[in-house]
Ligand binder design. Sequence first.
Ligand code: ZN
Ligand code: ZN
Length: 390
Amino acid sequence: MVSTETAARAIELRREIHRYPELGFEEVRTSALVERELDALGIEHRRVATTGVVGVIRGGRPGRTAALRADMDALPIAEQSGEACASEVPGKMHACGHDAHTAMLLGAARVLADRRASLAGNVVLIFQPAEEGPGGAEPMIAAGVLDDPKVDAIAMLHVDPRLRTGAVGITPGPVNAAADELHVSVRGRGGHGGYPHLAVDAIPATAAIVLALQTIAARETDPLASIVVTLGTIEGGYRNNVIADVVKLTGTIRTYDPTIRSGVEAKVRRIVEGVAAGYGCTGEVSIVYGYPPVVNDAALATAFAAQLTAQTGIPVERLAPTMGAEDFAYFAERVPAVVGRLGIRNEALGSIHSGHSPQFRLDEEAIPTGISALVAFADAVTSGALDPAL
Ligand SMILES: [Zn+2]
Ligand SMILES: [Zn+2]
């Protein structure tokens, strides 16, 4: 298990990162902290993707290369957690636990660096910016973080309040959804609110479109497949007595199955254009394709779950996949990958809120468990106990 000293240092770093949250590609202070800590541990590192840092621990014996990934960015949320180390930056907060992810990876780095002479193979430490958007995984991959040394398997942990502190969740197969951005414009012809017959009102057309889009999930997709069509914003009109000429909608589309994902755009277009035309308006659709789904390598995830419990005693549970998205997907598309969920649920501490909530709180007792799980993955891959070619 992790020493008290290593756990205490990781918790101290987590609090420091938590106090100074930074948004995507602005993680200047956080990446400097990571570099300082890696220097202190004698771990070589380089800068990639603006604020990304990649460290490499080269073992004293030959073996495979494992990568461990942590994200570092925060969210534009005003913190209401009540934690003693709450954000000192107005309007920004580590509400997704990336502060703990970074601190745990530094903790794992400490454990692995301490015994690098006996370590077989290498461990690549990936400190990634901008997971919450616009995405730091792709530029890090483009900068070669999986290539030198060549990574055989990769893992990450994400804190999860569905699971009690001390436990880890590992689910073979799909775990996070693809997330695509939807933009809709509905155009009519503006006019006087008292003379609707002389205008073409975009508002009733949009109202009908909002309802009709719900039938993609309810009526057009196999009920056993998963899809979400959420409209997050609606914007249009000028004042109470003016007929709106344009209304704009934005939303998110979440799917797992690539066939369902690629078929949604045509359905949205047919509904938006068809319903708009029925009201004498025109409808326009654009979809910005985002993160693909995250798929755990089924054999690797199953084998690692068994080994983790056998070696560390950490209980592993199989959690249901979520419709949340995660740009770790790009790493998982390239090398065998395992996403683990790290339990942080603790009612007594109020560590019960979901990520992205201003009340989100993190039970720090989970940090040593997370460090142990990361180290166990690195050990299992580098020693050959876990075979990524399974
Ligand atoms: Zn998040
Ligand atoms: Zn997150």
